[in-house]
Design a binder for this molecule. Structure first.
Ligand code: PLP
Length: 276
């Protein structure tokens, strides 16, 4: 079978090796007599898949120990609501708008946050340039600052994440890394929370990845649904409700594929960066 080049932004192409392994294990995962879609998420078989996926992702993205990895549902757009429901209690929420996705994010946050400020925007320039971080007017005591680290449609990518401390702010940086997660290393010292749908770079649609610093847990608005309260999700190892088991499994196979990638002396995500 010939597989054509597939440049869909998402759901996007998945490595052949991953699809072949998932197909081979469809009816019987590891001698269990069950396919992954049929397993209890609390059974020992799925728990081993989950733990391996979490550990591989932590290694691949070098996620520090004081960050939780959450496997959620709802995609990037649901996170536009879930982030402010969890993090906006402390004060104003700041947005840097560099394209259509961050534009959508700031609009959605207005439903939940008491104050939303667009502190820089590339709109006047037709979203062709990145507003200079030195000119961002970060709100005093902002509860967080949101950027889309790669604007999929408008093409604006932060090659380096802004250092908010150097800009005189203690606000945690929230990044929507949906469309370039795992294409380069992440400087976690600059990040409070990162989110992205899996369907572009990690696996099938239906799985949302959230990586959140522990001190940001436990501040959700009282109206936040329990299944979307990051602390509840973290305290229950992403199994407060039934997690997207198939998505976690296929993403886990992709994490192993990514770990096997080599480019010169580089491996994993660093190899992907070289290749890109
Ligand atoms: C940067 C970015 N954020 C958010 C989204 C929306 O994500 P979802 O469709 O998972 O809600 C997309 C694309 O679909 C995207 O490219």
């Amino acid at each position: 079978m010939t597989r054509p080049y597939n440049f869909s932004a998402g759901p996007a192409a998945i490595p052949n090796e991953v699809l072949e392994q998932a197909a081979a294990e469809m009816l019987d995962w590891n001698g269990s007599g069950m396919g992954v879609m049929e397993m209890s998420h609390r059974g020992k078989e799925f728990l081993s898949i989950y733990e391996q996926a979490e550990a591989d992702l932590r290694e691949l993205l070098a996620v520090p120990a004081n960050f939780k990895i959450l496997f959620m549902q709802g995609g990037g757009l649901a996170e536009n609501a879930i982030v402010p429901m969890n993090l906006s209690r402390a004060g104003a929420v700041d947005f840097v708008v560099t394209g259509s996705w961050s534009q959508k994010s700031q609009k959605e946050a207005r439903k939940y946050a008491s104050e939303v400020n667009v502190i820089a925007s590339g709109e006047d320039a037709g979203f062709t340039t990145l507003p200079d971080p030195a000119a961002w007017k970060i709100s005093r005591g902002a509860s967080y600052l949101h950027i889309c680290s790669n604007e999929t449609i408008n093409g604006i990518e932060f090659h380096q994440l802004p250092d908010l401390k150097a800009l005189g702010s203690d606000a945690p940086l929230v990044i929507d890394f949906s469309s370039h997660v795992a294409s380069r290393p992440v400087d976690w010292s600059r990040v409070g929370l990162a989110f992205g749908g899996a369907q572009k770079n990690l696996g099938p649609a239906g799985l949302t990845l959230v990586v959140v610093r522990e001190d940001l847990l436990g501040h959700a608005l009282p109206s936040c649904p329990s299944a979307f309260d990051y602390k509840t999700v973290a305290d229950n190892q992403s199994m407060y409700n039934t997690p997207p088991t198939w998505g976690i499994y296929v993403a886990g196979l992709t994490f192993q594929w990514l770990k096997r990638q080599r480019e010169g002396s580089h491996s994993g995500v660093a190899a992907m960066e070289q290749r890109n």
